[in-house]
Design a protein around this ligand. Structure first.
Ligand code: NAP
Length: 242
């Protein structure tokens, strides 16, 4: 029986760094993505060139049917293995002041971050972790969900809800040896933050720089390691002092 990690949105940015880091720690990694197959293949080959193991599992985390059928397919092909480490990282931004926000911008952001977390985690918690006694869930929240950011009511709401779900689920599954934690990054260099005015924003950050995806990946690697076995239901900020 082998323990795999599933990283949703593992093809780019923070998810990519997490996939590379977990693989370098000897964990076989399942890289989920939605549409950018070239980016996902590049991560897979980077992991393999470094001697690690990776496979691709595309699905839209916000589409229940896709989630269920992709994970069922994975399970059928891996009857001896299970996904013991789940990193709910897939997320999108659709910023705008609330008085101008369209219905789709509200629903799409909540659907990806929050419903995506629910669909994937419910499937793996019930089908794999609970029966096998042990596992780790790490949810990618955000500074925006902890503090609230103007222009991001949709994103702040999704990430704040994810934090609530993290704390509640942690209490449900703790007796079965499963830990559930959230990571709340501030500004991290990635495609998601490429359109922001970095020069201006970094003046608001005590460390005067954006974080690196690898710095977030180190924290996630800690949360899935044996070193963090007594930490659950926590939200760990990683934001340069923001
Ligand atoms: P990113 O560079 O835009 O990458 C997003 C990743 O998520 C891609 O791999 C993308 O896949 C995938 N994805 C998007 N929608 C998906 C869906 N419906 N189903 C499956 N995969 C999907 O974003 P990032 O900056 O790395 O952010 C990763 C996470 O960290 C997000 O949850 C974000 O909210 C959170 N976060 C980021 C920052 C930051 O400053 N960057 C700060 C706080 C929190 P494709 O390549 O197929 O599109």
């Amino acid at each position: 029986m082998r323990r795999y990690a599933l990283v949703t949105g593992g093809s780019r940015g923070i998810g990519r760094a997490i996939a590379l880091r977990l693989a370098s720690n000897g964990i076989p990694v399942v890289i989920n993505y939605q549409s950018n197959v070239e980016a996902a293949l590049a991560v897979k080959s980077e992991i393999e060139s470094a001697g690690g193991e990776a496979e691709l599992l595309p699905f839209d985390v916000g589409n229940l049917n896709e989630v269920e059928s992709a994970i069922d397919k994975w399970e059928s092909a891996h009857s001896e293995d299970y996904i013991a480490y789940l990193i709910n990282n897939a997320g999108i931004r659709r910023d705008g002041m609330m008085f101008m926000m369209g219905n789709d911008d509200w629903h799409d952001v909540l659907n990806t971050s929050l419903n995506g977390f629910f669909y994937v985690t419910r499937k793996l918690i019930t089908k794999m972790m609970m029966r096998k006694h042990g596992g780790r869930v790490v949810n990618m929240a955000s500074f925006s969900g902890v503090e609230g950011v103007a222009g991001q009511t949709n994103y702040s709401a999704a990430k704040a809800a994810l934090i609530g779900a993290t704390k509640a689920l942690a209490k449900e599954v703790a007796p079965r040896g499963v830990t559930v934690n959230a990571v709340a990054p501030g500004f991290i260099e990635s495609d998601m933050t490429r359109d922001l005015n970095e020069e201006e924003l970094k003046q608001t950050i005590p460390m005067r720089r954006f974080g690196k995806a690898e710095e977030v990946a180190s924290l996630v690697a800690y949360l899935v390691s044996d070193e963090s076995s007594y930490i659950t239901g926590e939200v760990i900020n990683i934001n340069g002092g923001l």
